[in-house]
Design a protein around this ligand. Structure first.
Ligand code: GLC
Length: 727
């Protein structure tokens, strides 16, 4: 349909029909208007795959056998590939499956900044760095929307914690908004052409994000020209008039009193009493129809999608393989040599635990999920005995985030997972269990050819609606790892988690350490392939792992989780920006990730040119894989301001990630990389001019394998200060 036709369609809608289109008539759908050939608009979570089917008005999973789907690596795992192509392809799988399950909008990607290592939903988000987040989110959105399904960038904005999530109001500087918290959302709109943006639960300047006219009307709609659907988070609307005045299009909630929603009967009453003009709804209707039109929901030309395709699972395996991060590998302990293994001991609850069904709204009913233990057994086959010891007792509750209903439902359908996990075990029983598990694990170490520990967190800790309260590993893992390393100094330590954890107590004693985010249905196989050398690790940390929590700027300079007001006093100094600038050495740095081969960076050439839009920079270099095996490398480009004419008391980060690319490089081969930086790469946000300022001065172009592993540098000069519009 063209614009005129859409306007005509909207003009023929009655008030009641318009109101039907702008609020939920079921937990995950608005009502359709069949007499006008307008279908319902159907939503589904989430970033890791299409959520199980729930009844229209009860949080009881329908628990059929036809809603199993593919389970993607979480958003942090996708970001750790540092590979746009892997994320694009994974996004394509997500969109294909959403379409295949009859959805119109998949509520993904999650792109709030990792402000604290304790953030309960860090796993659903990408990174501490706005540029990496933007690049990965845009890639995901482009993939999803290839399938006539809308993606939904969430949660706009500043939803960086779960504590008090439905009411807290962060205090953030304008500079931090535009350097840290806005860029990824802006990129999703301007570059990703995302069809959906979700209004967060929290407030900003004391106003809920679904009523926040400055951020929504002035910036999202006005400056960024977003013409897709602004959808509330589920229960994030609190006032009829404010929701109408704010350019919000659809109100969704988690309660089944659909007619009582603010944009339902109360709105109809307000219009009938003349307190709200019906015309105020027309922009909402036109935006919804515009999105429906672009998704081919109105013209019968729509793609059908498909779910659980074998090719999709192969795509997800590739992404999982590229997201595993080798943190440490002293004495080249890894990879293990499969042919030399006659007896392998695997210790740790996460070796044998699946994660798909946890985390809150991101839960997935995975068609299957390969655990690391399964992956290792699959690959080693019958010539190697793989012994397993739990090592510690993880009394995972597995409580569904929607409370009692869903909990009972899980019990009702007799899910062994729920009943097993929900067992309440008294503390002394747990202590006794842990002591026994530790004793067995230590005893089993004696005659194993190799020992792999696989622990970390689970979705009792990385979960919606609450943040972690402790940076340390739970269940006594730190002391267990220490004791095991005394018996087996060659033990491989592998952690699976959705956010950084402390390693301080044992990291010096561990020779080989591997980290994997919740990595989807093929994650256990990808990890096993990496440990056994069938895949060469190429993942990079998308977020800094501090030594201790008090090193984190959100906890040392700012407030986390704070109270109803949360002061982001660290400002722009989030993540490596802080650690580098204030020389706080992290446990593992942003962008860190080792390989089984060695790369040599060489032949750097850097040229600056002045363009009408300000300075631009072209960078070329080569990277050689000098020792093998064939491997992939993510080359990162940082810009470091050395001197420039900005205010003397204005602090700029030591360096900022401004480009990255990943390529496969064969053993003994050399490959070229090239990058182009626009003026924005040299800028900071200037509050006085409300724009990005590029100060004249000298800068250093830094090219490396990690933020703390710069291999080549070149000084360049920006000859003339200039200003860039912020939108
Ligand atoms: C939840 C989450 C949001 C999710 C929505 C629908 O509260 O905050 O990410 O998409 O509700 O389940």
């Amino acid at each position: 349909m063209n614009k005129e036709q859409l306007q005509q369609l909207a003009a023929f809608l009655t008030l009641q029909e318009k109101i039907k289109m702008i609020h939920g008539a079921a937990f995950f759908a608005t009502a359709g208007i069949p007499e006008k050939n307008i279908p319902p608009f159907v939503f589904s979570d989430g970033p890791m795959g299409v959520r199980p089917e729930y009844g229209p008005d009860t949080w009881y999973p329908i628990a059929g056998n036809d809603d199993y789907t593919s389970y993607l690596p979480c958003n942090s795992a996708l970001a750790s590939t540092f590979n746009r192509q892997r994320v694009l392809e994974s996004g394509e799988v997500l969109g294909l499956e959403a379409r295949g399950r009859g959805k119109d909008m998949i509520l993904a990607p999650g792109l709030n900044i990792h402000r604290s290592p304790l953030g309960g939903r860090n796993f659903e988000y990408m990174s501490e760095d706005p540029y990496l987040t933007a690049e990965m989110a845009v890639s995901c959105i482009k993939g999803v929307q290839k399938n006539d399904v809308a993606a939904c960038a969430k949660h706009f904005a500043l939803n960086n914690q779960e504590t008090n999530r439905t009411s807290y109001s962060p205090v953030v500087s304008e500079r931090a908004l535009w350097e840290i918290y806005f860029p990824a959302f802006r990129a999703c709109v301007k570059e990703g052409h995302v069809e959906g943006v979700m209004g967060a639960y929290n407030k900003f300047k004391g106003e809920f994000l679904c009523h926040q006219k400055e951020l929504v009307n002035d910036i999202l709609r006005g400056e960024w020209d977003f013409d897709g659907m602004y959808v509330s988070d589920w229960g994030a609307v609190h006032d009829t008039q404010k929701a109408v005045d704010c350019e919000l299009d659809v109100e969704m909630a988690a309660t089944n009193n659909f007619d009582d929603y603010y944009l339902a009967s109360p709105l109809e009453k307000a219009v009938q009493e003349g307190r709200i003009a019906e015309a105020d709804l027309d922009k909402k209707i036109l935006r919804i129809l515009g999105t429906m039109n672009r998704l081919h929901m109105l013209d019968g030309e729509r793609k059908s999608g498909a779910y659980n395709l074998p090719s999709s699972r192969q795509t997800l395996l590739q992404a999982a393989e590229e997201s595993v991060i080798l943190l440490k590998n002293d004495d080249s302990l890894l990879p293990l040599a499969p042919k030399k293994l006659k007896k392998l001991l695997v210790i740790g609850d996460n070796a044998d635990r699946t994660h798909a069904s946890g985390g809150g709204s991101a839960e997935i009913k995975a068609l299957y999920e390969l655990t690391p233990l399964m992956g290792l057994k699959m690959l080693l086959g019958g010539n190697c005995t793989v012994e397993y010891e739990p090592g510690y007792y993880a009394c995972v509750t597995g409580n569904a985030w929607e409370g009692e209903n869903a909990q009972n439902a899980f019990a009702n359908v007799g899910t062994s997972f729920a009943s097993r996990q929900n067992r309440k075990v008294r503390d002394d029983e747990v202590a006794a269990l842990n002591a026994s598990y530790k004793e067995h694990a230590i005893a089993a170490c004696k005659d194993a050819d190799a020992v792999i520990f696989i622990g970390g967190l689970n979705h009792d800790h990385d979960v919606e609606a609450r943040d972690r309260s402790d940076y340390h590993l739970p269940y006594g893992q730190d002391s267990l790892i220490k004791d095991l390393l005394k018996v087996r100094p060659d033990m491989i330590v592998t952690l699976i988690a959705g956010s950084p954890v402390s390693m301080e107590e044992w990291i010096a004693d561990a020779k080989a350490v591997v980290f994997s985010y919740y990595n989807g249905m093929e994650g256990g196989l990808a990890l096993a392939e990496t440990l056994l050398g069938m895949v060469c690790p190429s993942g990079k940390l998308p977020t800094t792992f501090p030594v201790k929590l008090s090193d984190s700027p959100a906890h040392s300079l700012g407030q986390f989780p704070g109270a109803q007001t949360v002061n982001y006093d660290e400002g722009i100094m989030v993540g490596y920006r802080y650690y580098d600038t204030y020389h706080v050495k992290p446990q593992f740095a942003f962008g860190h990730g080792l390989s089984y081969t060695d790369f040599v960076y060489d032949d750097l050439s850097v040229s600056m040119t002045e363009t009408p839009e300000g300075p631009a920079c072209d960078i070329k270099l080569t990277v050689a894989n000098i020792s093998g095996p064939d491997a992939k490398e993510s080359v990162q480009v940082y810009v470091a301001p050395l001197t420039n004419d900005c205010d003397k008391d204005l602090v700029r980060p030591t360096q900022e990630l401004r480009a990255f690319d990943k390529k496969e490089i064969g053993k003994g081969e050399r490959t070229g990389f090239s990058f182009h930086l626009d003026a924005i790469a040299f800028s900071y946000y200037d509050e006085a001019s409300h724009s990005y300022k590029v100060p004249a001065g000298t800068y250093e172009i830094r090219v490396g394998s990690a933020s703390d592993d710069i291999r080549l540098r070149k000084e360049v000069t920006v000859t003339e200060t200039c200003f860039l519009p912020r939108s």
